[in-house]
Design a protein around this ligand. Structure first.
Ligand code: SF4
Length: 326
């Protein structure tokens, strides 16, 4: 039976994760805060190296040395995560409170074991659920992702990419986690399969009343599937709010550029926008606003002072343009 989840299932406050390398301290994620309720999804978008993956690994408590969570708190399904030992994280957190479908996950299925054997592993190791009971649970989730239970007995080489991806998603759901992170869940698939899986995920999050975190560089997909959008740049969340509001009327200059760079049907290809320059080195990010060297709307203050986060019609925007304090 699906257990009833708390309304607020993920509460991230001022989360900061850095990597302490021989070249200096990489400020990969700074002061990130957001909340998620049951049945909601958040899409995290931004260029490579903006902190999306560091965010995901921090939530799972899987940041590897020389990285570590420096400060902040993460509460998943009522469990405070940051103070857990590695053993506690393994036994209480991963799979049960939060699980992840990794990028290219369909390729990590072991060819020598059947789908069923691989699916039942987390049930066996974490809950000591075996035999027919484990099989029944697997069948239930295979059904939820629209996979015929007959595939439970097959081997990965007998399946299509879309089938494998659905099976990996079903496996991530087996222990009814409060939150599921999906990192580029459909990148390797064709557009028709991608659309079907995205649609199924939309239905699933309402049915299971859990939270989903989508990580992808494809903003148009996120706008379609997410309730909330978090736009990241150089380790900061620069814009956070309703996905529809942000997609329709982006406020942060970086988000405006990202959305303008999405190709549209019938669009004159010469008018496709791009963001000049490259994201900064996070060992030594620019003073003031980290986006200022690439921002067309920058003014004097931008290179001197870090912007605060401002509430603009319910959307949080980290930019001096919205500072009404004078
Ligand atoms: Fe651009 Fe300044 Fe806003 Fe940063 S604070 S996004 S540089 S206008």
């Amino acid at each position: 039976m699906i257990h009833i989840k708390e309304k607020l299932i993920l509460d991230v406050n001022n989360l900061t994760t850095h990597y302490f390398t021989s070249k200096g301290e990489v400020k990969a994620l700074d002061d990130a805060s957001f909340q998620l309720e049951g049945g909601q999804s958040i899409g995290i978008a931004g260029e490579s190296g903006c902190g999306k993956s560091t965010m995901a690994f921090s939530l799972l408590r899987m940041v590897q040395p020389p990285g570590r969570i420096v400060s902040g708190s993460i509460r998943v399904g009522g469990l405070e995560v940051t103070g857990l030992s590695e053993e506690e994280a393994r036994k209480k957190l991963r799979w049960q409170k939060i699980s992840m479908v990794f990028q290219g996950a369909m390729d990590i299925m072991t060819p020598v074991y059947s789908v069923g054997h691989q699916m039942m592993e987390p049930l066996r190791y974490l809950k000591d659920i075996k035999g027919d009971r484990a099989k029944d649970i697997c069948f239930k989730y295979l059904d939820m992702v629209n996979i015929d239970y007959e595939l439970f007995y097959r081997y990965p080489h007998e399946l299509s990419g879309g089938q494998k991806q659905r099976i990996v998603i079903a496996t991530a759901l087996l222990l009814e986690p409060d939150v599921v992170i999906l990192d580029e869940p459909t990148t390797a698939l064709d557009v028709v399969v991608e659309a079907r899986i995205m649609n199924d995920l939309k239905v699933l999050k309402k049915k299971l009343n859990n939270g989903m975190i989508f990580i992808t560089h494809d903003l148009s997909i996120l706008a379609e599937i997410s309730d909330i959008l978090a736009i990241m740049y150089a380790g900061w969340i620069v814009e956070l709010g309703s996905a529809l509001d942000i997609y329709k009327e982006p406020k942060h200059p970086y988000t405006q550029k990202l959305i303008a760079a999405i190709p549209r049907l019938h669009m004159d290809i010469d008018r496709l926008e791009y963001i000049p320059g490259a994201p900064p080195e996070l060992t030594n990010p620019p003073k003031g606003c980290r986006f200022h060297p690439r921002c067309e709307q920058a003014f004097d203050r931008c290179s001197q002072e870090e912007p605060d986060e401002h509430d603009v019609d319910g959307v949080k925007v980290k930019c001096h343009l919205y500072d009404r304090s004078g």
